[in-house]
Design a binder for this molecule. Structure first.
Ligand SMILES: [Zn+2]
Length: 159
């Protein structure tokens, strides 16, 4: 088991987007897209790749909840119908097959470190980053398209 925990987007964020068909960043009248292959449509709430035929909503999301110099906004998918928020102890399969960018932040949301890693080596780099005593969380993105993937927090900090 990893020494850190994988946190998906907030369930409330997904519920709002599903209900309003709009996000907090100016995108509205969102229409579902249908997955036509797997992998390719990673849901950021259940942290599964959609099966072909499943519907998803594509919208903009930021892992920062308030204004910060490092705040970034980017595209994510979420299942169009309610799904179970990820709560497993293991690393989701959806991260393993992708090139990921990892950025660690301190309690003031200032970046400490950034790196790009093959998803199969996620633990090695994440644990190195958490070796820095000020590192509070790590933001994970798909390195190529820039989609937000999840947040990693220390297991003891999120018990
Ligand atoms: Zn889902």
């Amino acid at each position: 088991m990893a020494t850190f925990k994988v946190i998906p987007i907030e369930e409330e964020t997904a519920a709002k987007v599903r209900a309003r068909k709009a996000d907090e960043w100016g995108n509205s009248a969102l229409t579902p897209v249908v997955a036509d292959k797997k992998p390719g449509y990673p849901c950021r709430l259940c942290l599964r790749d959609a099966e072909p035929g499943e519907e998803l909503l594509l919208f903009s999301y930021s892992p920062f909840s308030s204004a910060r110099p490092y705040r970034n906004v980017g595209p994510i998918f979420v299942h169009a119908k309610p799904c179970q928020p990820y709560a497993d102890a293991d690393i989701p399969v959806q991260l393993r097959s992708r090139l990921l960018s990892l950025r660690s932040f301190d309690e003031h949301d200032h970046m400490i470190e950034a790196d790009v890693v093959d998803g199969r080596e996620l633990e090695r780099v994440a644990e190195r980053m958490f070796g820095h005593r000020r590192a509070k969380q790590i933001h994970v993105h798909n390195a190529k398209p820039g989609c937000f993937a999840c947040v990693l927090v220390r297991r003891d900090a999120h018990a």
